[in-house]
Design a protein around this ligand. Structure first.
Ligand code: HEC
Length: 108
């Protein structure tokens, strides 16, 4: 009887951990995304110098951001700058940043 209760509690704890992970933490993501905004948070999405286009991230689907960052990290999507950025991120960082960016205004 006690064992059954433990099993139920363990299952509940697992379910909670899984959903919390999938959601990402918007507030943590806001802080973690600070360095990204040096490039991605510029009006017209043009870097100042050297001039190059930077994709808009604010308001994107979180799944899209997560997929892009993991592809950069694993080198499946080649780009030296973004590979260097993504290499520093854990899976949790990626989820948090994606959760934040999905809610950020479109000009970010
Ligand atoms: C030094 C400038 C710079 C910094 C800093 C930077 N990025 Fe990028 N990012 C770029 C450029 C340039 C591209 C376009 C790369 C390409 O063509 O694949 C890009 C592409 C992306 C993409 C793909 C978007 C799309 O629509 O394809 C994502 C997602 C992204 N960056 C997220 C981030 C995150 C999150 C951070 C912070 C951890 C970050 N970037 C930091 C310059 C930067």
């Amino acid at each position: 009887m006690l064992t059954a209760r433990r099993a139920v509690l363990a299952a509940l704890a697992l379910a909670f951990a899984a959903s919390a992970h999938a959601a990402g933490d918007v507030e943590a993501g806001r802080i973690k995304a600070n360095t990204c905004m040096g490039c991605h948070g510029i009006p017209n999405y043009n870097n100042a110098y050297p001039t190059y286009r930077v994709p808009r991230l604010g308001g994107q689907h979180p799944e899209y951001i997560v997929a892009a960052l993991k592809e950069y990290r694993e080198g499946k999507r080649p780009h030296p700058t973004m590979h260097a950025q993504a290499t520093a991120l854990s899976d949790q960082d990626v989820d948090d940043i994606a959760a934040y960016l999905a809610k950020a205004p479109a000009h970010k």
